[in-house]
Design a protein around this ligand. Structure first.
Ligand code: C5P
Ligand code: MG
Length: 316
């Protein structure tokens, strides 16, 4: 329709045509009320360039807790991988209470829009360190993790399985980069039948002794705001080589550094789930992510974008 407005000069017509294509027909989901974009045009151009390059040039880098999993369900918070461990199968009552108290102290700091990341850094290290010490004291048993996940009420975001399956089908690597607990994360995706061979995970992994009792955590601690360091390490993964286009999914401003290790990126499109403290954080999220999804518990937008990028190219 837009093509037939004779008095519009060409650049305006072109922009309108792209906009029309993306919002009205090809990716109608972008018109949802929960979608915020600082620069709609940049989003459109990036998606267009990614589609031109095709699935073979793409990698997806995603956070786990509250990004691939839901934030809440039926008005109740969905547990994170750490929360799943707060279970009497694994810990005594006193320790589960201590974990809760630590969450109530530090989570508000993690999401506090009035504090800088620099200010939060030492406090996040403090939180993770205290929790990991507590878990080690509790002598967590490896063979009880599956049952703890089963009864936890953890939930992937709606239609998240579609995302995993499509990426596997298209042989697009999915790097899950989580400050949660890797062993628990693996169990969650295993129980959802989506731990496909294209999935790579960087997280805090437990180190069990020969009897299957937790004795330490492996490697360098990953918390919400030091993902850049792990990102550089992850970039060495062979599966990610030669894939300069990145779709990045996260729920924290710290997640934006997850693509920092990608060498010579061509196009990076960032999608941020704004789950909590919406009014306080909206401005900073819109300034930082290309697309912000406000209180959206579904994978509709990433799925729609992916389906567009990986569908066969039209002849130019
Ligand atoms: O996968 P992701 O990087 O999101 O995992 C980290 C999340 O886990 C943080 O956003 C934090 O709120 C949560 N967390 C928790 N309990 C802890 C430590 C972190 O629920 N003890
Ligand atoms: Mg998260």
């Amino acid at each position: 329709m837009i093509y037939h407005i004779p008095w519009l000069h060409t650049p305006v017509r072109t922009v309108l045509a792209i906009w029309h294509q993306l919002t009205k027909s090809e990716i109608p989901e972008l018109a949802k009320g929960s979608v915020l974009m600082r620069e709609r045009r940049r989003v459109e151009e990036t998606i267009h360039a990614m589609k031109q390059a095709g699935a073979g040039s793409l990698q997806v880098i995603s956070d786990f807790d509250m990004t691939l999993t839901r934030f809440s369900h039926d008005g109740k918070r969905v547990p994170t991988t750490h929360n799943i461990l707060e279970n009497r199968l694994l810990m005594n009552e006193d320790s589960t209470k201590k974990m809760r108290d630590l969450l109530n102290t530090y989570y508000p700091i993690e999401i506090d829009a009035s504090r800088s990341i620099e200010e939060k850094l030492p406090l996040m290290v403090e939180w993770w360190t205290k929790v990991h010490e507590l878990l080690i004291q509790q002598r967590i048993r490896k063979d009880m993790l599956a049952q703890a996940v089963k009864v936890s009420g953890t939930m992937l975001r709606d239609d998240c399985r579609l995302l995993f399956d499509r990426l596997a089908e298209q042989q697009v690597p999915l790097l899950i980069f989580s400050a949660g607990v890797g062993d628990v994360l693996e169990e969650v995706i295993q129980q959802n039948h989506v731990f496909h061979s294209n999935v790579h995970i960087i997280s805090n992994y437990m180190d069990f002794d020969h009897t299957g009792v937790l004795q330490a955590f492996k490697g360098q601690l990953i918390h919400t705001y030091n993902k850049r360091e792990g990102a550089v390490h992850a970039a060495g993964l062979r599966a990610l080589q030669g894939r300069p286009n990145v779709l990045l999914l996260g729920d924290s401003l710290g997640d934006l550094t997850m693509a920092d290790g990608v060498s010579q990126p061509h196009n990076i499109l960032t999608i941020g789930f704004l789950n909590d403290q919406v009014e306080e954080r909206k401005e900073s999220y819109v300034n930082a992510f290309d697309i912000v999804l406000v209180k959206d518990e579904t994978m509709d937008i990433p799925n729609a974008i992916l389906s567009h990028i990986t569908s066969s190219r039209k002849k130019q």
